[in-house]
Design a protein around this ligand. Structure first.
Ligand code: F6P
Length: 358
């Protein structure tokens, strides 16, 4: 048996751990593993790939990024932005099938986020035996409680906030930290809570600048002269407006970013307090995965191989209640998993005095 694996979409700490898990479990079964380079593009004839064996994957678990390379552009894009699904052209799928046949690859593991899993589902529906593995730092994939990469991104946010605390306190300033997450607020919420942010602004809870300013004034009145604000890149004002860079991102998708600076300027204007902003950007995606993400990645890879062994195609590996299992890929790609205002975690944050600007 020979199986294929590819990573698609943005890179994410823990991708190499998945590869390590897949190669380890497949090797034990006497199978060979073909790693396609640069996402689905690697399947275009004549095929851009490397044979993966235990020797090639020794020590990769601790590395960030992916040894296979990845892309969020190309011929196989099936989803743009929040919900526009298009079909991968049939002739492109046929080309991929030709490569798989030529290389005698009997099953394909697609490690990707919402968009890449949508492509994976289409390939499965067009006859390729696909297994999905969820990958996202944003933690916004439905049908899995968590994906590898999220914990590492949160750890970077917490490290950033720990550093910003001391400088904000020394200067009695407001500092706004903009973090990733696209249309989901998980990184901002977890990072903000663990890093002791005073105000957390999320896409799911529209905020008012006046209420943010009031929260800063209240803190001042209580003798806390510095304030840390975490804002998710996709956070929305009460008007529903997002701050975007030009539509020059993945396949014409809007590139988010800039809300941190916007919030900082407005808060300074409204409160008269000296305010600074800082954007963490791709620091959240790079670097070594946390131990949690390494373990999750390896377990996901091992389970993907098990699904192939059991002939359960069209399914995505899923983490639920401390257990790695699987669900139909359809269940994961229909909508994003978002923070809800009435959730226990948002309630807990409010209980310790965090303001969401609402
Ligand atoms: O989905 C992961 C993510 O890092 C988002 O949080 C962010 O908006 C986006 O990818 C950035 O993508 P790019 O690789 O195009 O900069």
């Amino acid at each position: 048996m020979r199986i294929g694996i590819l990573n698609s979409g943005g890179d994410c700490p823990g991708l190499n751990a998945v590869i390590h898990g897949v190669v380890g479990a497949a090797t034990k079964l006497g199978w060979e593993v073909v790693g396609f380079r640069d996402g689905f593009e690697g399947m275009l004839p004549p095929g851009d790939y490397m044979m993966l064996d235990a020797a090639k994957t020794v020590g990769i678990m601790k590395l960030g990024g992916t040894i296979l390379g990845t892309t969020n552009k190309g011929h196989f894009v099936a989803k743009i932005g929040e919900g526009n699904v298009s079909e991968v052209p049939r002739e492109i799928v046929e080309k991929a099938k030709t490569t798989l046949k030529h290389l005698e690859v009997g099953a394909l593991i697609v490690v990707g986020g919402d968009g890449s899993l949508t492509t994976g589902l289409q390939l499965y529906q067009m006859g390729i035996p696909v297994i999905g593995v969820p990958k996202t730092i944003d933690n916004d994939i439905q049908a899995t409680a968590m994906s590898f990469g999220f914990d590492s991104a949160v750890a970077t946010v917490v490290d950033g906030l720990d550093r910003l605390h001391t400088t904000a306190e020394s200067h009695k300033r407001v500092i706004v930290l903009e973090v990733m997450g696209r249309h989901a607020g998980w990184i901002a919420l977890y990072g903000g809570m663990a890093g002791g942010a005073d105000i957390i602004l999320l896409p799911e809870i529209p905020f008012s600048l006046e209420k943010v300013a009031q929260a800063v004034r209240n803190r001042d009145a209580q003798g806390h002269h510095s304030t840390l604000i975490v804002v998710a890149e996709g956070a929305r004002l009460e008007s529903g407006d997002l701050v975007k860079k030009e539509a020059v991102g993945n396949a014409g998708e809007d590139r988010l970013g800039g809300i941190g600076e916007y919030v900082a300027k407005q808060v300074e204007k409204l409160t008269g307090k000296e305010t600074r902003s800082c954007t963490l950007g791709h620091l959240q995606r790079g670097g070594a995965p946390t131990s949690l993400d390494r373990i999750l990645g390896v377990r996901f890879g091992v389970h993907a191989v098990k699904l192939i062994k059991d002939g359960k195609f069209g399914r995505m590996v899923s983490y639920q209640q401390y257990h790695v299992g699987d669900v139909p890929i359809e269940e994961a790609v229909n909508q994003l998993r978002l923070v809800t205002n009435d959730s226990e975690i948002v309630g807990a944050a409010r209980s310790i005095g965090v303001s969401f600007g609402d």
